[in-house]
Design a protein around this ligand. Structure first.
Ligand code: PRT
Ligand code: MG
Length: 214
């Protein structure tokens, strides 16, 4: 394929990437929320969008099945960004990676006492590194979603999860007690594609960079 393939996940990343693509003159012809198509044509014959799971975007770009992609820094931190060129912080889909506990749980005290904490999370590597750096002993429990349920159901003492508005924590009687890292989405580029498709890719990357800075 001589054209450009862009890997996007549907939901907030797709929505928030649209204005950036528009600035580069790229408009997807369908919305993945309503269309069931996984390959979406754009107004440009040489550019298409593939709809992937958020955590799969780096894989598509790594193997060159997509030339560029948009992915949360959480995913890059958790899965690694080996072989990916990351030229741009797109400053979209912003949130924070936090430790949260049930309201009333004295986290500071538990840490001070050297308690062994059960932590439920989708982000095992990020959590392991965070607690190791603090010298806190933890048992990590891998979940694939709805982390907020774990402390309520008695599965864990605390969770490591993304927080944006904070309303999910609040609705479940949880409170954030520690900030791990700020998250936003990154543009990732396949290194070989950057060389071989330079003439098409660079103007797209430049247009996106200009609108991000504006
Ligand atoms: O949802 P699905 O299981 O299909 O996949 P996903 O969760 O991996 O993808 P998606 O589309 O939900 O998220 C894609 C990216 O958006 C993530 O990788 C993050 O980089 C970024 N992002 C930004 C977020 C949030 N904000 C966010 N708030 N991802 C998830 N959330 C969740 C959070 O996990 C929690 O359950 O929203 C809930 C909290 O939101 P508030 O607003 O109530 O605080
Ligand atoms: Mg989600």
């Amino acid at each position: 394929m001589n054209g450009i393939t862009i890997a996007l996940s549907k939901g907030r990343i797709f929505e928030e990437t649209l204005p950036l693509l528009a600035a580069a003159g790229i408009e997807p012809l369908e919305n993945p929320e309503t269309s069931r198509k996984l390959i979406i044509a754009t107004n440009r014959a040489d550019v298409r969008v593939v709809i992937v799971r958020a955590t799969d975007a780096p894989t598509y770009v790594q193997y060159g099945a997509a030339d560029i992609g948009v992915v949360g820094k959480d995913v890059l931190l958790e899965h690694g960004g080996d072989g990916l060129y990351q030229p741009l912080d797109l400053k979209i889909a912003k949130c924070r990676m936090m430790v949260a506990v049930p309201v009333g749980f004295d986290y500071e005290n538990a840490v001070r006492q050297g308690a062994r904490l059960k932590i439920a999370t989708k982000y095992i590597n990020i959590a392991r590194e965070h607690f190791a750096a603090k010298g806190v002993h933890v048992d990590l429990i891998k979940l694939y979603g709805s982390m907020e349920l774990a402390p309520l159901a008695g599965l864990a003492d605390a969770i490591v999860d993304l927080v944006s508005t904070g309303s999910t924590l609040k609705a479940n009687n949880l409170v954030a007690v520690e900030h791990i890292v700020d998250i936003s989405s990154r543009l990732i580029v396949n290194q070989a594609a950057l060389k071989l498709k330079r003439e098409t890719l660079v103007p797209i990357l430049d247009a996106i960079a200009r609108v991000v800075e504006a």
